[in-house]
Ligand binder design. Structure first.
Ligand SMILES: [Zn+2]
Length: 134
């Protein structure tokens, strides 16, 4: 049994390390050099972290999760839509931005961990894009 989709690296361990802003390969090195900037290679084990495609997925995931887990549930609280919008809207938007900026690096890290576990690299992504263009 081998081929695409075979899980070589433990899925949840890889995602967990990414969520914690750590290299999915060794769990020790830092994933980010600065906010949302993934290190080219892990400082601890030298694993090529930049090899994993993490451009659109994490942002999409953040919006999806926020919509389902935060915005939709928030509408169940009458205070959210009964309070005057000039008061509630700036508060709500500020909270959402803070949550998004907090969640994005974690989700992006988890995403890289997922790509690591599934062994999907930028080369694969380019290949798939080329296939779709045919
Ligand atoms: Zn590492």
């Amino acid at each position: 049994m081998s081929g695409m989709g075979e899980i070589v690296h433990p899925l949840f361990r890889s995602i967990g390390r990414g969520l914690a802003h750590h290299c999915p390969h060794c769990g020790k090195g830092a994933l980010y050099g600065r906010y949302l900037k993934i290190e080219p290679v892990c400082g601890a084990c030298g694993h090529a972290l930049a090899a994993y495609p993490a451009d659109d997925g994490p942002a999409y995931l953040t919006i999806l999760l926020m919509g389902h887990l935060i915005i939709a549930p928030a509408l169940f609280f009458p205070i959210v839509w009964q309070s005057p919008p000039q008061i509630s809207l700036p508060i709500i938007l500020t909270v959402l931005v803070v949550i998004a900026l907090t969640a994005l690096p974690r989700l992006k890290g988890g995403w890289v961990g997922l790509m690591y576990a599934l062994q999907v690299t930028r080369d694969d992504a380019a290949l798939h894009t080329a296939d779709a263009a045919d």
